[in-house]
Design a protein around this ligand. Structure first.
Ligand SMILES: [Zn+2]
Length: 607
């Protein structure tokens, strides 16, 4: 299946603490913090937060965390912020959008603020964003809590004040009070979402570790096979547990939500949008996404790129390592489903590989930018790669698949990427983040071979992957034929490979995904400001999409764009376009070794 949206939570080990390289360490005694989060059943537009702090200096700063991959900027929605102390009100000065300076007398204070939730514009809601409804909602995390700058090792308690009859699930530590939870650091506090409301819940244990699946339904939910969904999830937990040899958390919660899209992994929970209307049609339709997010519990949350460190209100640096964190996660999301006898998107591994190579070959970005550069662009500004679009997921998965062949060949089938992933978990599950060089070194340790040239060519540079060379290692060959893209009725499909986005100044910008598209060949470039299309002024992405959807083969579209040099009109003749077809077949004469390696690989990587 296609991942709707996959964003990734910052890496955070549940038991270890992190040193803060960015912020000045709080030099007083450790502050002690108690939050009270209050939800009123009659008001679903906002919730109240009370932050009781002790052991603080007369002047301190509070801030809201910026997530490295999605930053929903809920500081915009802070209202009625005030500070109380024993001797009266404290003083608040806003120093930056997400940063406030607090001046008090004495060493304790109570901060009060309200989060006024944004009104939803789209029919579907992002599954990780805070929301409230008459039957439940999601709170906690970077959308709810301020923290004391420089004191990210401060432990805190969170007490919930929620409507009668609502339940709570969160990955935070339980306390004797069922509505109070504990977080040993700001990193854990911010990482753990809190789901509240009326929802269905199932539980199972794998290797003695408790797991909970919850499903929050919309009032008009559609019925689906709940038993099958939960038993499939249990199978994938068991498979992943066996893969790594153990489960790295105390307990785990799958927070599945109706009426939502996208997913976000956390250190011992995940939020996933899983519409009941889809589940009623195909109960396995979201297993790919669920497996992907669950695998991130290891590969990203624990094995994390070096750029991901402690929480901060400052936007963290982009990461060069996401080709591994996303690419190998999607590689294992496919493989673990096959091993668990759960349906995967493509029937066979060969078909899956054909699809990957087809998509890779369609996209010229991979011949222009290294895997590290495309990793940076994954969460970089829109249009960062100019007239090229790319996917770090796809590029990373292909690189992982080729490296798997290399390792199998070098070790005569004794080792594979599985051993590399487990070794990465052994070496990098603590505070230490990895670089691409570390992965290169880990593979070297596993296969006893040098993959330096491979990394040089594809990870640090941007050579075309020599598929022939790597497929041959397992006795396979590939034919690629470029063909016109046709509709089901056999008609040419118009080239609509163009998009638009609104920048921070509300300019509607044009995006070219491939310089060889008819839009790129006409002379348009990513970043051009769209003024009109065919004489009609356009200033919303929605309107642009609507106009483009109606374009037919042979049409001439006049796009008026603004550039630093002035406004120009560019005529685009709409043509069709080509995509490759990829066929992978066995080589006619293979050695015994190639035959054995193929047998292992096709057997889902197991002997
Ligand atoms: Zn992901």
């Amino acid at each position: 299946m296609v991942l709707l949206i996959t964003v990734s939570s910052f890496a955070q080990h549940p038991l270890k603490h992190w040193t803060d390289a960015v912020e000045v360490r709080y030099d007083s005694k450790q502050p002690v913090i108690n939050y009270i989060l209050a939800v009123d059943s009659t008001d679903t537009s906002s919730f109240l937060v009370e932050m009781r702090v002790r052991n603080v200096a007369d002047t301190f700063r509070v801030a809201m965390v910026a997530h490295p991959e999605y930053d929903d900027r809920y500081w915009q929605f802070v209202e009625n912020f005030y500070v109380e102390t024993k001797s009266g009100k404290g003083n608040i000065q806003r120093e930056d959008s997400a940063l406030w300076k607090i001046i008090i007398k004495g060493n304790e204070a109570v901060l009060h603020y309200r989060i006024h939730l944004p009104v939803l514009k789209d029919a579907l809601r992002a599954s990780w964003k805070a929301f409230l409804s008459p039957t439940g909602g999601l709170v906690g995390g970077p959308h709810s809590f301020m923290y004391i700058v420089g004191a990210t090792l401060s432990p805190s308690h969170v007490t919930l004040n929620i409507p009668t009859g609502w339940k709570v699930v969160t990955g935070m530590e339980a306390t004797p009070d069922p509505l109070t939870f504990f977080a040993p650091s700001v990193g854990i506090l911010i990482d753990d979402p809190i789901f509240i409301g009326k929802f269905k819940s199932w539980s199972f244990a794998v290797d003695g570790v408790p797991h909970q699946v919850i499903y929050w339904p919309l009032p008009n939910t559609t019925a689906f096979d709940e038993t099958k969904l939960v038993s499939d999830i249990q199978k994938l937990v068991k498979e992943t547990s066996e893969f790594f040899g153990r489960l790295p958390y105390r307990d785990y919660i799958f927070m599945l939500q109706d009426g939502a899209f996208g997913a976000l992994e956390h250190n011992n929970s995940v939020t996933v949008g899983v519409p009941s209307s889809e589940l009623s049609k195909d109960i396995t339709s979201y297993l790919g996404e669920i497996t992907h997010e669950y695998f991130h519990t290891w590969n990203l949350m624990r094995i994390h790129p070096i750029e991901y460190g402690d929480v901060s209100y400052k936007t963290p640096p982009l990461s060069k390592g996401l080709w591994w964190s996303e690419g190998l996660t999607i590689f294992y999301a496919d493989l673990l489903r096959r091993r668990a006898s759960l349906p995967a998107f493509d029937t066979t591994r060969v078909q899956h590989l054909e699809g990957l190579i087809r998509r890779y070959s369609t996209t010229p970005a991979y011949l222009k930018f290294s895997a590290e550069k495309i990793s940076l662009a994954a969460y970089g500004p829109t249009g960062m790669l100019g007239d090229y679009s790319s996917s770090t997921h796809l590029q990373g998965e292909i690189i992982g698949a080729m490296l798997d062949f290399i390792i199998r060949d070098a070790t005569n089938g004794k080792s594979s990427m599985d051993d590399v992933m487990r070794k990465m978990m052994d070496n990098f599950s603590g505070e230490k983040g990895f670089t691409s060089k570390d992965i290169e070194q880990t593979i070297h340790e596993v296969c006893g071979c040098s993959v330096h040239q491979f990394f040089q060519d594809y990870v640090y540079e941007h050579k075309q992957i020599d598929f022939k060379k790597y497929l041959e290692l397992v006795g396979l060959q590939m034919q690629m034929t470029w063909k016109d893209v046709l509709s089901e009725g056999g008609k040419h499909v118009p080239d609509l490979r163009v998009y638009s986005w609104l920048d921070s100044e509300k300019n509607l910008k044009l995006g070219i995904t491939n310089p060889l598209s008819c839009w790129g060949r006409a002379g348009l470039h990513t970043g051009d400001i769209i003024k009109s299309v065919n004489g009609t002024p356009i200033n919303e992405t929605r309107n642009f999409r609507q106009v483009i959807r109606e374009v037919k083969m042979g049409d001439t579209v006049v796009v008026e764009v603004q550039r630093p040099a002035g406004i120009i009109k560019i005529k685009v003749l709409i043509t069709g376009y080509q995509q490759p077809e990829v066929h992978i077949t066995p080589i006619s004469r293979v050695t015994e070794k190639q035959k054995n390696l193929f047998r292992q690989w096709i057997n889902n990587g197991t002997s």
